[in-house]
Ligand binder design. Structure first.
Ligand SMILES: [Ca+2]
Ligand SMILES: [Ca+2]
Length: 249
């Protein structure tokens, strides 16, 4: 589901980890890459040349600061966020304006190549201007707290230069609960498992919840409109088991 989202814009941060929240209705960010080069500052200004995963934002770093990068930034020279000639990816020293600082950065790093980036988000966190810390989910998404105007990206508490995409969509967090009417019984007894699938506290109906006894599927039910489900299980084995439910939304 998330993979079908189209980003509104992208920003490649500074070596101090700083990135501002665009002055746009964005709700979610995605950490795409971070620079794991031994000298990350030499890759500041590497804004384009690579193959972008999103056609509407063709700029993507390629590990080299070359003519393409220079011309790209030069095209937007003098622009300010919200102006007619503006491109977030050209703001390589992120500060909502494309001025000499951006151009000089590309010039200083011009000719650097072989830079490396990582998409391994282990240890990556985002600290927002309001003090909230966000941790990327498996796909790299982090909710932007309302009112946050900027953030810093860290890897194991060290600031990193990251490429971040911004989305208008809100990140939805699903919760699946499980209860049981009793925890002991005899062969032939019916144990009634129940719970609810919710998204940010609201029930999600029409989704199949599957009950597992250890790793074995032993029953399923479709959630009602309020997200609740009930799965009976008739004890047919002796022993102590762990039960859990799973749902694919
Ligand atoms: Ca480049
Ligand atoms: Ca700038």
């Amino acid at each position: 589901m998330l993979l079908t989202w189209t980003p509104v814009c992208a920003i490649k941060g500074g070596t101090n980890g700083y990135i501002y929240v665009p002055n746009l209705p964005v709700k979610t960010l995605k950490i795409q890459l971070w620079c794991n080069d031994s000298n990350p500052s030499r890759m500041q200004g590497d804004q384009t040349g690579g193959t972008s995963p999103y056609p509407n934002i063709p700029e993507y770093p390629d590990g080299a600061v070359a003519l393409k990068d220079f011309y790209f930034i030069q095209t937007y020279y003098g622009g300010n966020e919200g102006g007619t000639t503006w491109n977030y990816m050209a703001d390589c020293v992120p500060d909502r304006t494309i001025d000499l600082k951006d151009v000089n950065t590309v010039q200083n790093n011009y000719g650097q190549s072989g830079g490396s980036y990582s998409s391994d988000l282990t240890g990556i966190k985002v600290v927002f201007s309001n003090g909230t810390t966000g941790y990327p989910n498996a796909e790299g998404f982090v909710s932007i707290p309302s009112g946050a105007t900027y953030f810093y990206v860290y890897k194991d508490n060290t600031p990193v230069m990251a490429l971040v995409y911004f989305f208008a969509e809100e990140l939805v967090t699903y919760t699946l609960t499980l209860n049981v009417d009793k925890t002991t019984g005899y062969i032939g007894d019916i144990f009634t498992f129940s719970g609810a699938l919710t998204s940010d506290g609201v029930g999600v109906g029409g989704v199949t919840a599957t009950l597992f006894r250890d790793s074995l599927s032993v029953g399923s039910a479709v959630t009602a409109s309020d997200g609740t489900y009930t799965i009976p299980w008739t004890a047919n084995v002796v022993g102590t088991y762990d039960f859990h439910t799973e749902a694919v939304v």
